[in-house]
Design a protein around this ligand. Structure first.
Ligand code: HDE
Length: 727
């Protein structure tokens, strides 16, 4: 490895970021292996037989001397490493990051200076509670971890898809995770917070309240990893070349908009396709539909943070966008799937302490604890202190120090000098690092205070932002939150725990608590009971706003429908005249259109041609799609109407508030199901998100426009009778 030109004063000249996007790809390629043409042992010995072990005769026992068998089995026995203690299940992709304009005003970080510079990144998304093999669509927080391979070293922004956290102090993290993970006596339930120990802990820790509101909201069941926001959560510091510091909160805003599933759908997907999110990300990238996020920053001048009213070091608080607007500063694009899941997605090692000059921490006590945890966990997970040498973790800029040896060391360090200062290194000149203005500079935050084990009183308020979140939600989102609390708490066996949760919720909003409590077989919520409990303090800060629209997912519908998936239900006799132009319009708008029929192969169209079938009704149910289209043609519709699976398909899409479109005779199918009422297409009472088309070529543009609009709105929450449809 070439050594950097280190001189007195630390790292000397480092490459400036220009087009670094390919650097990581090239570096990874250097470590990659292609398919073999011959088979060898790990020592390179060619193996002529890979089917038979060495035996004492054709029917005799296997011989211990079979070193080829032993090597193969031994390696197999050790193929697994411990899964991450949290965020075990993840999916990742490579990409690039680019700033829109220089951020030199705020930070000296090299990768944030030049809009022409493309910095390679590797991004891993994850669920928190489930094991590596658990389902993707469970109710949970999602990890959103970004590794930037900059010319000044790796910078990791290890965030989540929610901007706050359950606890304020790292001391409580192991308790939180023990409580949410499967219960220790029987290891149930998998990947779910709906059990006694989680809610026992949560109800005894009122500081969890704000995050509980987020976790019970639709944010916890994203439609796609490509359609969720990301947040750095903690307050960080940006430092510019003059040494001036600003506090900052990081945001990722998805270009495809913010969308979620509905809970019934999420649970069903977990069974039908446990890899739903992983597949969606993989397929989008393979198809060239590269997901994008914009990086946003809320910047606060040092000294001004006091005026916010709450403590920016408290990770259970966010900064409402109305108080400090989010400045959009750059774009992240994911454009390449990993070559090997284990080598990259599993072995990638993130750490909030992987910093570059110009970005620094704050004193958030949760963040401070993380700074210890991440290296420690990698040592146990990846088997030693040399995990930075694993290709996916390797910096693209030169790195050099005198840390040596250890398990699985890859680098062959040359020479005698493995200490600093020295005069025995390359070139013989004195090598000394003892200060200077290059490299990472500590922000000289003044600090003098007696040691203190406790919480700052500025962390005491646990309810005002939970209430802000609640009041900011749309009516449909509020209903979903109530339903989520009810679902979770109905799985809690101990009535006293259910009671404590609703008593706490009464401090957020009396109506919320009352609604949650109603079907739970417990007493009416009592805010005073909560207030009387040990450790409970109801301290409120006054927020200048009562609602924040950025906290709700409900937004004005977007115009586009790129990568939305549409199922087209067809059977023999399908009428293509109006269908073909409609499908073309959907594809032109970026939708992914799939034909779904009673069987694979082809269906015969009304004119006797063949239409290829992508999926069967059974293997790709409506929950795999964003919208459903029932094609016309009397025979096709009659076949579908007589099939329970097809009827269920349409009803389920309706129940999940998805756009449903019917053409020609397909309209009758909807009428029969009570989704559309009336004698003919013109006189129909059409429910929100239900589009009816005549099925003729002439009417196709109009139908297409209405259907595309309905898909862009994603879900139609104001639809009547959805709850009455059997699940
Ligand atoms: Fe983590 N967290 N965490 N965390 N975290 C880990 O590190 C930890 C926290 C987050 O895709 C672990 O490599 C402590 C907040 C993500 O590889 C571990 C505390 C946020 C990922 C760990 C927190 C996160 C992790 C497990 C409280 C959002 C997955 C495996 C003091 C800002 C990264 C690993 C990936 C992973 C510890 C709290 C995000 C054990 C002690 C807050 C996205 O080190």
């Amino acid at each position: 490895m070439p050594l950097p030109k280190n001189g007195r004063g630390g790292n000397g000249a480092r490459g400036k970021a220009t087009d670094g996007a390919l650097d990581k790809e090239k570096q990874m390629a250097a470590s990659s292996a292609d398919a073999a043409t011959v088979l060898t042992t790990n020592q390179g010995l060619q193996i002529p037989d890979n089917h038979n072990s060495l035996k004492a005769g054709p029917r005799g026992p296997t011989l211990l001397e079979d070193f080829i068998l032993r090597e193969k089995i031994t390696h197999f026995d050790h193929e697994r490493i411990p899964e991450r203690v949290v965020h075990a299940r993840g999916s990742a992709a490579h990409g690039v990051f680019q700033v829109y304009k220089s951020l030199s005003r705020y930070t000296r970080a090299d990768f944030l200076q030049n809009p022409d510079a493309r910095t390679p990144v590797f991004v891993r998304f994850s669920t928190v509670a489930g094991a590596r093999g658990s389902a993707d669509t469970v109710r949970d927080v999602r990890g959103f971890a970004v590794k930037f391979y900059t010319q000044e070293g790796n910078y990791d922004l290890v965030g989540n898809n929610m901007p706050v956290f359950f606890v304020q102090d790292a001391m409580k993290f192991p308790d939180l995770i023990h409580a949410v993970k499967p219960e220790p006596h029987h290891e149930m339930p998998q990947a779910a917070s709906a059990h006694d120990s989680f809610w026992d802990f949560a109800s005894l820790m009122p500081e969890t309240t704000h995050m509980l509101m987020w976790a019970m909201s639709d944010r916890a069941i994203p439609r796609s990893l490509r359609m969720m926001e990301g947040f750095g959560v903690h307050t960080f510091r940006l430092i510019n070349a003059r040494g001036e510091a600003h506090f900052v909160k990081f945001h990722w805003k998805p270009k495809l908009g913010l969308h979620s599933l509905v809970w019934d759908e999420a649970q069903k997907i977990a069974g039908k396709d446990a890899d739903f999110h992983r597949r969606d990300l993989w397929e989008a990238i393979e198809a060239g539909n590269f997901p994008e996020w914009e990086l946003g920053m809320q910047v606060i001048e040092e000294g001004k943070e006091q005026s916010l009213g709450f403590d920016i070091l408290d990770a259970t608080k966010l900064i409402p966008e109305e108080m400090v607007p989010v400045e959009i500063v750059g774009k992240l694009t994911l454009n390449r799937n990993p070559d090997n899941f284990f080598a990259e997605t599993e072995q990638v090692a993130f750490h909030p302490g992987h910093l570059v000059p110009g970005i620094d921490f704050s004193n958030d006590p949760l963040l401070q604890g993380r700074l210890f945890s991440y290296t420690d966990t990698q040592i146990s997970r990846l088997g030693g202190a040399n995990f930075h040498e694993i290709p996916i973790n390797k910096a693209v800029c030169p790195f050099h120090n005198f840390q040596r040896d250890g398990m699985h060391r890859q680098t062959v360090d040359r020479g005698r000098a493995n200490y600093e200062p020295n005069t025995l290194g390359a070139g013989g000149a004195e090598f000394r690092v003892d200060g200077g203005s290059n490299g990472f500079q500590v922000h000289p935050e003044p600090m003098e205070s007696p040691k203190f084990r406790g919480r700052s009183p500025s962390f005491d308020d646990h309810f005002s932002q939970a209430a802000l979140f609640w009041h900011s939600q749309s009516a449909a989102e509020k209903e979903h939150i109530v339903a989520a609390f009810r679902f979770e708490l109905s799985k809690v066996d101990t009535p006293a725990i259910r009671q404590r949760v609703v008593d706490n919720l009464a401090h957020v909003d009396a109506m919320l608590a009352k609604k949650v409590a109603a079907p739970l077989g417990i007493d009416a919520p009592d805010a005073r009971a909560a207030a009387g409990r040990a450790g409970f303090r109801d301290v409120r800060i006054q927020l200048p706003i009562e609602e924040s629209s950025a906290l709700a997912m409900a937004r004005p519908p977007g115009k586009g429908i790129p990568t939305r998936k549409v199922a087209v239900l067809v059977a023999d006799g399908v009428e293509m005249l109006g269908l073909r132009p409609l499908l073309q319009s959907l594809k032109d708008a970026g939708a992914i259109v799939k034909t779904v029929a009673p069987q694979l192969g082809q269906v015969a169209t009304a004119t006797g041609r063949q239409l290829p079938v992508d999926f069967t009704l059974a293997n790709a149910p409506s929950i795999m799609f964003d919208a459903v289209l029932v094609a016309g043609g009397p025979d096709s519709v009659a076949t579908l109407a007589g099939m329970g699976d097809a009827v269920h398909y349409v009803l389920e899409a309706y129940k999940h508030f998805k756009p449903v479109c019917a053409l020609g005779d397909g309209v009758r199918l909807l009428q029969g199901l009570g989704i559309a009422a009336g004698a003919d297409a013109k006189a129909l009472a059409v429910h929100p998100g239900v589009v009816l088309g005549a099925g003729s070529a002439d009417s196709a543009p109009e139908t297409a426009q209405a259907f595309i609009q309905a898909i862009a709105a994603h879900r139609h929450w104001d639809r009547p009778g959805a709850a009455a449809v059997p699940a």
